[in-house]
Write a protein that binds this ligand. Structure first.
Ligand code: ATP
Ligand code: MG
Length: 502
C-alpha cells in the first residue's frame, strides 16, 4: 500500500489508517521497515515448517497472513514483495521435500499457480485497504467540514436561515432567533412567507425564481419580529443543489435610519438652497430694476440737460451767423453741423439707453423702434414677426428682454457677416418666446468658451435672463447661422407693473 505523508489528504488518510488498525485490533505502533522484516520472517518460518511438516494446502493459506500483515502495515509494494517471497519459500519447500535434484515439472507449475494466487491476494488486499482508508478519510473530512459549518452556523453574528424549497424552515441559528425574537423550535414550525409582510409575498416568489435561475443574490426585506414590529434586513440568499434555501440575514435598521436622516438633511439643505436662490433672484431682479431706473434718469438728463444746452448753442450760433461777415458764417455753418450731429447722437443714445416707447407701449413696439434704429446705425435689415398675442411682462423682464434682443442683433451686425436677421415673438402658455436668428457665418460655442479673450454680451444675456427665471438657448453651427431662443415667464395680467398687451 502506497502512502504519502505530504498534503492534508494524506494526513487524513494516515489518520484513517491508524483508526482502521485500531478497529482491526492491531494497534501495535509499527513502522514500515520492521513490519516488512517481520512479514518476511514469517514467510521464512512458514517455509521451514512446510518443509518439515509437508501440509501444503493448510500451510499455503498461512502464507496469506504475512501478505495481509505487510499490506496493512508496510503498503502495497511490501505486500507484493512478501507475496513473491512466499511463492519462493513455498517452491523451495516443495523442491526440498521432493529432493532438490529430482524436481518434477509439476512442482514448478504448482509453485507458479500458488505465486499467482499470492500476488492476487496481495493485490486484492492492497485495494481493499486502500479503499477502506480512503472511505474513512472522506468520511472524516465530511465530518470535519460539518463540524466547521456547525461552528460558523452557531457563532455567526448574522442570522442564518435554512429552509426547504417551499420556504419551510429547517434550521435557524442563534443569531437568527435573536434577530426575530423567536425560539428555534417556533421558527422551525414557520415558513418564510409567515415572516414577510403580505404585500411582499409575490416579491418573495419572484425572488425564489430568480435564485433558482440566476444563482445567489442580495436583497432588502422586512421581517416580522415576534412582538409584531418589522425589522429591516439585508438577506444574501442562495438555493443549493440539494434544494436548501439558505439566507444570511443582517439587521440593517441602523443603516436605514442613517440613510433616512441623511436623506432628510439633504432635502432640508435643498429647500434652504432653493429659498436662498429665490431670495437672490429677487434681489438681482431688484438690482436690474434699479439699474433700469438709473438708465432712464441718465437718458432724461441727456435729453433734457445736454439736449437743451445743444439747442441753446444752435440758437446763439444762428444769431452770431446773422451778425457776422461771410467767413465767419461759413465757420458757423460747420459748427452748426457738428452741434446737429452731437444733438442727434445724444437723442439716439438716450433713446437706446431707455427707449420711452418701451415703458409707454411695451416690448414689441420697442423692438419695432430698435429695428429701425439698427437699420440706420448698422445697416442691418431685421424682420420682426409677432404672433399678436398679449404679452404682459413685469418692468424688469421687459427691460432685460429688450436689452437681450438688442445685444443679439448687434452681435449679428458685428460678427455674422450678413445684412439681415429675424426676430420672432410668440406667446406659449404663460411664457414668452423670443427667437433671434440669422443665416450668417455662425460660430463654434465650445471653441468660443475656451477662447482667452471672450466678449461679455452673451454671458450677460444669460445672467440677466436667469434673474427673471428666463432661459437662453443658443444653437450655432459654423457656416450655418445662429439661432438664439430666449424664454421668460409672462406676468399675471393684473400686475400693476405689467406692460400693455403687446
Ligand atoms: N450671430 C452671430 N454670428 C456669428 N458669431 C457670433 C454671433 N453672436 C456671437 N458670435 C460669436 O460669439 C462671440 C461672443 O459674443 P459676445 O456677444 O459674448 O461677445 P462680443 O460680441 O464679442 O463682445 P461684447 O458683446 O462684449 O461687445 C463673438 O465674439 C462672436 O465670435
Ligand atoms: Mg456681443
Amino acid at each position: 500500500m502506497d502512502r504519502r505523508v505530504n498534503g492534508s489528504g494524506s494526513v487524513s488518510e494516515a489518520r484513517a489508517l491508524a483508526e482502521l488498525r485500531r478497529r482491526l485490533g492491531v494497534g501495535i505502533p509499527l513502522s514500515r521497515a520492521p513490519a516488512l522484516a517481520l512479514a518476511l520472517l514469517c514467510v521464512a518460518l512458514i517455509g521451514i515448517i512446510e518443509l518439515a511438516a509437508g501440509h501444503k494446502v493448510a500451510l499455503a493459506i498461512l502464507y496469506v497472513f504475512p501478505i495481509a500483515f505487510a499490506a496493512l502495515y508496510a503498503g502495497g509494494r511490501a505486500a507484493f514483495l512478501v507475496a513473491l517471497a512466499s511463492g519462493a519459500a513455498w517452491l523451495l519447500a516443495e523442491l526440498g521435500a521432493a529432493g532438490l535434484t529430482s524436481a518434477r515439472p509439476a512442482v514448478f507449475w504448482n509453485a507458479a499457480v500458488l505465486l499467482g494466487f499470492f500476488l492476487a491476494i496481495a493485490f486484492l488486499l492492497d485495494r481493499l485497504v486502500r479503499t477502506i482508508t480512503q472511505l474513512d478519510a472522506s468520511r472524516a473530512a465530511n465530518r470535519a467540514g460539518e463540524e466547521r459549518f456547525r461552528g460558523v452556523f452557531d457563532h455567526a453574528s448574522d442570522g442564518i436561515f435554512i429552509a426547504d424549497l417551499e420556504g419551510r424552515y429547517i434550521d435557524v441559528n442563534e443569531a437568527g432567533c435573536r434577530l426575530l425574537g423567536y425560539g428555534r423550535g417556533e421558527l422551525i414550525d414557520m415558513s418564510i412567507g409567515d415572516l414577510v409582510p403580505p404585500a411582499d409575498r409575490e416579491r418573495l416568489r419572484q425572488s425564489k425564481e430568480r435564485l433558482l435561475k440566476d444563482g445567489p443574490g442580495i436583497a432588502e426585506w422586512s421581517l416580522r419580529h415576534k412582538d409584531g414590529h418589522y425589522v429591516a434586513v439585508e438577506a444574501s440568499s442562495t438555493i443549493t443543489a440539494d434544494g436548501r434555501w439558505i439566507a444570511l440575514v443582517r439587521d440593517i435598521t441602523e443603516r436605514k435610519r442613517v440613510q433616512e436622516s441623511t436623506r432628510a438633511a439633504a432635502a432640508e439643505l435643498e429647500a434652504r438652497v432653493a429659498e436662498r436662490t429665490a431670495q437672490l433672484r429677487a434681489l438681482a431682479s431688484e438690482l436690474a430694476a434699479a439699474e433700469d431706473r438709473e438708465r432712464r434718469e441718465i437718458a432724461r438728463d441727456l435729453h433734457d440737460d445736454l439736449g437743451q444746452i445743444l439747442a441753446a448753442a444752435r440758437i446763439r450760433l444762428a444769431s452770431l451767423r446773422a451778425a457776422s461777415g461771410p467767413d465767419c458764417a461759413q465757420a458757423a455753418d460747420e459748427i452748426d453741423r457738428l452741434i446737429a450731429r452731437a444733438d442727434h447722437a445724444t437723442r439716439s443714445l438716450a433713446a437706446q439707453l431707455a427707449p420711452p416707447v418701451l415703458y409707454e407701449l411695451g416690448l414689441v413696439p420697442a423692438l419695432e423702434w430698435l429695428v429701425e434704429e439698427l437699420q440706420d446705425t448698422y445697416g442691418l435689415k431685421v424682420e420682426l414677426i409677432d404672433d399678436g398675442a398679449p404679452k404682459p411682462l413685469t418692468q424688469p423682464a421687459r427691460a432685460i428682454l429688450y436689452r437681450a434682443v438688442r445685444e443679439l442683433l448687434i452681435n449679428v451686425a458685428k460678427h455674422a457677416e450678413v445684412g439681415a436677421a429675424e426676430v420672432e415673438t410668440t406667446r406659449r402658455g404663460d411664457r414668452l418666446h423670443v427667437r433671434v436668428n440669422d443665416h450668417g457665418v455662425g460660430f463654434d460655442q465650445e471653441k468660443m468658451a475656451r477662447a482667452p479673450r471672450r466678449g461679455l454680451g452673451l454671458a450677460s444675456v444669460r445672467e440677466r435672463l436667469s434673474y427673471i427665471d428666463g432661459t437662453v438657448d443658443i444653437r450655432s453651427v459654423p457656416g450655418d447661422g445662429t439661432v438664439v431662443e430666449l424664454t421668460a415667464p409672462l406676468a399675471a395680467q393684473t400686475q400693476p407693473s405689467a406692460e400693455a398687451p403687446r
